[in-house]
Design a protein around this ligand. Sequence first.
Ligand code: UDP
Ligand code: MG
Length: 136
Amino acid sequence: MSNIEQTLSIIKPDAVERNLDNEIKEIFKKNGFKIVQEKKIQIEKSEAEKFYKVHETKPFYTDLCAYLASGPIVVMILEKDNAVLANRELMGATNPKDAKENTIRKKYGISIDKNSVHGSDSLDNAKIEIDFFFKD
Ligand code: UDP
Ligand code: MG
């Protein structure tokens, strides 16, 4: 049985800065994801703080928010069968050093903080994150 889901993907500043956004979008498409909506934006630090609020207590929170707001990003709604998990698998581990071959983070990630992409970690969070960027 099919289980079509939508998830939120972000191509982070380190990747957009290196002009990797089109290449990464092609990887999603090749792997069967439909890009339902997309936009290239730059967000304020205050918006990044809201987006990453679950990480508020973590030691990397301040730097993470400053980083997400540091340059243009591409935010996308991706759709596919089991999209949330499929996207997490295609992204690879948070630390590019631990990411498997043929994952986006293995291929493009620079470090644990500059790891090129974000992806929702659950269906509930996917809905919240899609609303965050695309609810008008
Ligand atoms: N992060 C970091 N240092 C860490 C852990 C995470 O800078 O020690 C950053 C990294 O950019 C990561 C983001 O915080 O993508 C969110 O962390 P999470 O644990 O949710 O990882 P993800 O879901 O992105 O794999
Ligand atoms: Mg996460």
